[in-house]
Write a protein that binds this ligand. Structure first.
Ligand code: HPA
Ligand code: ZN
Length: 341
């Protein structure tokens, strides 16, 4: 074993209390089956599962679309402001248990407004839970509204219009859902408008889509961060550009395994990314669907790649460096990591 770990248990203990930020977390993807049943009952909604075990058995995916179909179905139990609060509060309790000190959370407003749920209901519950977590746990947060790329740019523009009254509570705009066939260029205008409003910009790119989509996210959307970015490694000039720009990649190991982006955790590109000088981070994406929260992601990939203590420290420091915190806050968190080590 490398650099200071006598065993996987030793490494797990180091990860457990390592201060970290989570930068790639879809709040709807943290809906645990038990809460899904509770909300279905609360809202009198029929779900096509008889038990938590049946739900878990349905979570076998061979690609991103397989997952998305069940993810959009799952979020259908969310109706009231309290439902969104309970969902977000449950995630934040888990994050706190994993020594997460700062979160940047995605939500998918179009997954809710299309079902007749008001934007105000969604953002009200999520932002109330984020404010409470700051008080209860000291966890700071940013909120990122994602646009669904399988829908049209006109629909994305309408969603940005709906968000305008809430810009005080929304820090950024992202791009998620079915990647292949829906390149960043499809959304160049709406992202330009979001940028002009002072919003941070992120986009899922290079998860299933080609390196050209990562180039488009950089050149056309002018992203501040790339979500996933795995397939960037196929393009050496792109890797050099990402490293030169210190562009953060929000990598999600268990998601990559569950969605067959990698066939085996031992083949995960995270070590290659770090060796190439990329600002890679570890995140859980949709932890309820992919089998683990952020520490489980660190441990799975660290065990498979035999990551050293210094590599884990680099990943945790990258999570703050790549965040949308101010420089003073970043420095405080990095100092806390140094103190921990
Ligand atoms: N990729 C794209 N869209 C998503 C994901 C993802 O991993 N999770 C939730 N929406
Ligand atoms: Zn994602």
């Amino acid at each position: 074993m490398a650099d200071g770990f006598a065993s996987s248990a030793d490494r797990a203990a180091f990860i457990a209390a390592l201060p970290k930020a989570e930068l790639h977390l879809h709040i709807e993807g943290s809906l645990e089956p038990a809460l899904m049943f509770e909300l279905a009952q609360r809202n009198n909604i029929a779900i096509p599962f008889a038990s938590v075990d049946e739900v878990r058995a349905a979570y076998a995916f061979s690609n991103l679309q397989d997952f998305l179909d069940i993810y959009y179905q799952g979020m259908g139990v969310l109706h009231s402001e309290q439902d969104f609060y309970d969902l977000t509060a449950a995630y934040l309790a888990r994050a706190n248990a994993d020594a997460v000190r700062h979160v940047e959370i995605f939500f998918d407003p179009q997954g809710h407004t299309a079902r007749g749920i008001a934007f105000e209901t969604v953002i009200g519950g999520i932002s109330r839970a984020l404010a409470d977590a700051k008080i209860t746990y000291g966890i700071s947060s940013k909120l990122i509204m994602c646009l669904l790329r399988h829908l049209s740019e006109a629909e994305a523009e309408a969603t940005l219009d709906e968000a305008l009254p809430y810009l005080g509570r929304i820090d950024g705009v992202g791009l998620d859902s079915s990647e292949v066939g829906h390149p960043p260029s499809k959304f160049a205008n709406v992202f330009a408008r979001a940028r002009s409003l002072g919003m941070k910009i992120v986009a899922h790119a290079g998860e299933e889509g080609p390196p050209a989509y990562v180039h488009e996210a950089l050149d056309l959307l002018k992203v501040d961060r790339i979500d996933h970015g795995n397939r960037s490694l196929e393009d050496p000039a792109l890797v050099a550009r990402l490293a030169g720009d210190a562009m953060c990649l929000t990598v999600c190991p268990l998601s990559n395994l569950k969605l067959c982006v990698v066939d085996d955790m031992a083949d995960h590109p995270l070590r290659t990314m770090l060796d190439a000088g990329l600002v890679a981070t570890v995140n859980s994406d949709d932890p309820s669907y992919f089998g683990g929260y952020v520490n489980a992601n660190y441990l799975a990939v660290a065990d498979a790649l035999d990551l050293s203590k210094s590599e884990l420290v680099t990943l945790a420091k990258n999570s703050f460096a790549g965040s949308f915190l101010g420089e003073n806050d970043k420095a405080k968190h990095v100092a806390a990591i140094d103190a921990y080590v």
